[in-house]
Design a protein. Structure first.
Length: 296
C-alpha cells in the first residue's frame, strides 16, 4: 500500500503543475499540494559543496599566483600541512624575491624608461636594480626622502626636455606675438611680462590673492582658437585668486570689481610645459576677463 500512496502523491504533484491551465477550464477551487523537495544527508552535501567550491582553483593558481600546475602534488602537501614551518616561511620570502626581481627586470625598468623617453632607454639597469636592492636591505647610500626629491626634480627636467622637443616652437611664436602686442598704445605690461588692455574700467574693490571671486571669461590661443569660455557655458566661474595660473592671479589682484580686461599671458605665467586640455605646452594665452564680484 505504501508504494501505491507514493504513486498517487506523484500524480497529485503533476496535477498541481498544471493547476493554472485547469483553472482556465473550471472556476471550481482546487486543493494545492506542496511539491516535495529531495534532500541528501549533510555529509553528502558537505562533500559535494567542497568539490563545487574548488572549481576554478587551477586557473587561479596558474594565472594569479604563478603556480606551475604540474606540481599540484606539492600544492596538496602544503594544503594538508595547514601551517607553515620556519623553512616554509623562508622559502616563501625567497620565492617572493624571485617574483619581484622578475617584475623589476621585465616591467618596472621599462616603465620608468618610457616615462623618461618614449624611444631611448636611459636608465643604467644594473644600478637601478642595485639601488632597489640596497633600499630593501637598508644599506642604500641615499635616504629615501632625498632619493624621492632627486627623482622628482630629474623627472621634471626630462619632461620639460621632451616637451621642448615637441612644442619648443610655441615659445618663439609666443614671444614674437607679445613683442608686437606690446607696441599697441592700449596695452600695458607689468614687470613679470604680463600684458593687459582695459576694456571696461571698474570702480569696485580690488581682490587680494586669497579672496574668492566670480568671473566671466573666454580663453583663446594666439591663432584665435577658443579653448574655454564661461560665456558659452552660461555660468560664471568662482574660485580663489591664488588657485589659478600666475598670470590670472596677478591680473585679478589689480582689477577693481566691475572691470573687464583683455589679458595676454606669457607661457611662463600660464601652463609652461604642461598640456592643459586643448592648450599645448608653452602656449601664450589670451583671456577676456570680467570681474563680477568678490564672493564673501
Amino acid at each position: 500500500m505504501k508504494s501505491v500512496r507514493i504513486a498517487l502523491f506523484v500524480v497529485a504533484a503533476l496535477l498541481c503543475v498544471n493547476a493554472g491551465a485547469a483553472r482556465k477550464r473550471s472556476k471550481k477551487a482546487t486543493k494545492t499540494v506542496a511539491e516535495k523537495v529531495d534532500t541528501v544527508s549533510i555529509d553528502s552535501f558537505s562533500y559535494a559543496m567542497g568539490v563545487a567550491q574548488s572549481n576554478g582553483l587551477l586557473s587561479f593558481l596558474s594565472q594569479r599566483m604563478g603556480v606551475d600546475t604540474q606540481y599540484m602534488s606539492d600544492f596538496l602537501v602544503g594544503f594538508d600541512q595547514k601551517e607553515m614551518s620556519e623553512a616554509d616561511r623562508r622559502l616563501k620570502a625567497r620565492l617572493a624575491g624571485v617574483e619581484i626581481r622578475q617584475q623589476v627586470d621585465s616591467q618596472l625598468v621599462n616603465q620608468v624608461n618610457r616615462q623618461i623617453n618614449d624611444s631611448v632607454d636611459k636608465l643604467n639597469h644594473e644600478l637601478f636594480v642595485q639601488g632597489f636592492r640596497d633600499a630593501v636591505a637598508g644599506s642604500a647610500t641615499i635616504a629615501q626622502d632625498s632619493a624621492q626629491a632627486l627623482v622628482q626634480k630629474q623627472m621634471d627636467y626630462y619632461h620639460r626636455e621632451r616637451m621642448l622637443e615637441k612644442y619648443g616652437k610655441n615659445i618663439a611664436e609666443g614671444e614674437a606675438f607679445l613683442k608686437q602686442n606690446a607696441k599697441r598704445d592700449s596695452v600695458k605690461q607689468t614687470a613679470s611680462g604680463l600684458q593687459y588692455k582695459i576694456l571696461t574700467a571698474g570702480t569696485g574693490d580690488i581682490p587680494t590673492a586669497t579672496d574668492r571671486v566670480k568671473v566671466n571669461y573666454e580663453g583663446r590661443l594666439t591663432d584665435g582658437t577658443v579653448f574655454d569660455s564661461s560665456y558659452k557655458r552660461g555660468q560664471p566661474a568662482t574660485f580663489a585668486c591664488n588657485q589659478v595660473i600666475k598670470g590670472w592671479t596677478e591680473a585679478l589682484t589689480m582689477m577693481p570689481v566691475g572691470s573687464k580686461w583683455e589679458l595676454y599671458i606669457p607661457q611662463e605665467l600660464g601652463y609652461a610645459d604642461r598640456e592643459a586640455g586643448k592648450i599645448p605646452p608653452f602656449s601664450t594665452l589670451i583671456f577676456t576677463v570680467e570681474l563680477l564680484e568678490i564672493v564673501k
